[in-house]
Write a protein that binds this ligand. Structure first.
Ligand code: PSU
Ligand code: MN
Length: 297
């Protein structure tokens, strides 16, 4: 079912460190043409930090773990690329469609491929107003049900962060802050909420991952929350978010379109600031994930 790039296939065979990378960031999270440049740069960063990058996507119905330049180009530039969560995978593959994978779908495929660590930008979670809309990302369920560690800059600040943290607790998903005791909020280094546990090295994280296996906790994942170094101006963030949420409501945006709509709203209304922060986040998370992957070996 899975098509591996040569680089990923030989790394897995030799039991060398591999980091999974998602593709929805490329297709729906970043504007063109920056998206492809960033995707390539991030793969290079993973290599420099001691692991092999495995960007995951569905191309013409085939599941790819590790993309060549032509396939990456399809993800970055094809109008027909949809956003696939786990529930979309059987449909897009049977219909021979092309799709980028979310955190949930990427974790699922990474696990199938025998990869245990994955880097993204910001986690999905409980949306604001979820009491009425019931909009909660499948990312949360994937963390609860798939044994893959996810390195992120916390939950996206467009979400109800308090509710997201409560759900992660209910779902028994461990969270550690990387060099911080505050839960990061994607564009913001601090979402306003405390974290119980802080870690200061990839080695410490690797020890927790083995402890978890030794304790028989083998069916769920773990969140490493890595705050952005130079966050967005909080005032610009608050204004843009308020306007973006209003625009989403006025245009009746719902379902899987909500997150791409809000990210695009930020990119179009912050003079490049949200883009700069988003790119910093992806770079930093990919480098850290590679260091953790190396420490796991
Ligand atoms: N992080 C980013 N940009 C993104 C995403 C994460 O910096 O575009 C994507 C991930 O693929 C994540 C998805 O799984 O947003 C969440 O979408 P939803 O809220 O519809 O579950
Ligand atoms: Mn949703």
């Amino acid at each position: 079912m899975i098509h591996y790039s040569d680089e990923v296939s030989s790394a897995l065979k030799d039991n060398r460190p591999v980091v999974a990378l998602e593709s929805t960031i490329i297709s729906h999270g970043l504007p063109r043409p920056t998206n492809k440049t960033v995707a390539l740069e991030v793969e290079e960063l993973v290599r420099k930090n001691g692991a092999v990058p495995a960007t995951i996507a569905i191309i013409d119905g085939l599941v790819h773990v590790g993309l060549n330049s032509r396939q990456l180009d399809r993800v970055a530039n094809d109008e027909g690329i949809t956003k696939a969560s786990i529930r979309d995978l059987p449909i897009v593959t049977a219909k021979k469609l092309s799709a980028a994978t979310t955190v949930a779908a990427t974790s699922h495929i990474a696990h199938l491929a025998g990869i245990s660590i994955f880097a993204t930008g910001g986690l999905g979670g409980v949306h604001r107003g979820a009491q009425e809309s019931w909009d909660e990302s499948a990312d949360l369920h994937s963390l609860a049900n798939i044994p893959v560690m996810v390195v992120s800059a916390g939950a996206k600040s467009i979400l109800d962060v308090a509710a997201t943290l409560e759900r992660l607790e209910t779902l028994s998903v461990p969270i550690v802050g990387y060099k911080t005791s505050r839960f990061p909020g994607f564009y913001l280094a601090d979402s306003g909420f405390d974290l119980e546990y802080r870690v200061d090295s990839p080695k410490e994280i690797a020890e927790m991952w083995s402890a978890r296996t030794n304790l028989g906790i083998t069916s769920s994942g773990m969140v490493v929350a890595n705050p952005v170094v130079k966050q967005m101006d909080p005032v610009l963030h608050a204004t843009t978010l308020a306007n973006g949420l209003k625009a989403a409501e006025q245009q009746s945006i719902n379902g899987k379109a909500v997150t791409p709509f809000l990210l695009e709203y930020f990119h179009s209304n912050t003079d490049g600031e949200s883009l700069r922060v988003n790119i910093d986040i992806i770079r930093s998370n990919s480098a850290l994930a590679a260091q953790i992957a190396a420490a796991l070996h």
